[in-house]
Design a protein around this ligand. Structure first.
Ligand code: PGA
Length: 275
């Protein structure tokens, strides 16, 4: 399939860099300066770009992006579900929102596994992000065992239902801010593909992303499902991005390892030139 076909023209692609626990605020400033040199104004016409650094980088990057008018959105990797209080070490949605954070990843498999975030916690975090007028990037995905046992769809349906099930009636389709159904983002991240160098094939990724869209149509309605961006994540690299983006239900990528290499991340953002 032609790499130029790209995601549906109905949805603007979103390429997000999940830095995980990497880069100090000084390294982050240097990274964004280099990335902004590597990208051209025309690149941003086709694609939205977000970076999700550690919390300690957010203020420095907010200032830099604003001062240099760099059209990259600021993202976070997590937030706490409560508004405020005695939660030592945690950061609230309101604190992120005050730093102009636009997107917050919720339910990343590393949070679910290493920090024991249950579906119920993920659902509460997603609501907190929306209450802070930010757009959640809800991460879902199966383990290799679940895939081998044919449980991929059941697992993902459960994760989507738990996180989005009771939003369907409250949330407007669109709004001036970021908290709307059309600004929700879902990231399909098969756990076996994260950090392993073993990406899902474009066909396998498309199959699950298509399933996610059909579930979104059931949870919300077809019009909403048509608007929501679905990213693929898991060992995305410059060599694999074009074929992934050529799939009709893949509207972007959530990139880990390759997002902290300036040249690689720039090539992923400019996926139209790859392949
Ligand atoms: P990876 O990470 O690109 O290093 O596989 C993706 C992610 O965890 O979001």
């Amino acid at each position: 399939m032609s790499a130029k076909a790209g995601a549906s023209p109905k949805r603007r692609p979103l390429i997000s860099g999940n830095w995980k626990m990497n880069l100090t605020h000084l390294q982050a400033i240097q990274f964004i300066q280099q990335l902004s040199y590597a990208l051209e104004a025309a690149d941003y016409e086709h694609v939205d770009v977000s970076v999700h650094p550690p919390y300690t980088c957010l203020r420095a990057l907010q200032t830099l992006l604003d001062a240099d008018r760099i059209p990259i959105s600021l993202g976070a990797q997590n937030c706490h579900q409560q508004d405020a209080g005695a939660f030592t070490g945690e950061v609230s949605a309101a604190m992120l929102s005050a730093l102009d954070v636009r997107y917050v990843i919720v339910g990343h498999s590393e949070r679910r596994e290493l920090f024991a975030e249950s579906d119920a916690i993920v659902a509460a975090k997603l609501k907190a992000v929306l209450a802070g007028n930010m757009a959640p990037i809800l991460a879902v995905g199966e383990t290799i065992e679940e895939r081998q046992q044919g449980d991929t769809q059941a697992k993902i349906a459960r994760q989507l239902d738990s996180a989005l099930g009771d939003l369907s009636k409250q949330l407007p389709l669109s709004s001036q801010g970021n908290a709307s159904r059309e600004n929700l983002v879902v990231a399909y991240e098969p756990i076996w593909a994260i950090g392993t160098g073993r990406s899902a094939t474009p066909q396998d990724a498309e199959e699950v992303c298509g399933f996610i869209r059909s579930q979104l149509a059931e949870l919300f309605d077809a019009k909403t499902a048509d608007k929501i961006r679905i990213q693929y994540g898991g060992s995305v690299k410059p060599v694999s991005i074009a074929d992934l983006m050529a799939q009709p239900n893949i509207d972007g990528a959530l990139v880990g390892g390759a997002s902290i290499e300036v040249a690689d991340f720039a090539r992923i953002v400019r996926y139209r030139l790859e392949g």
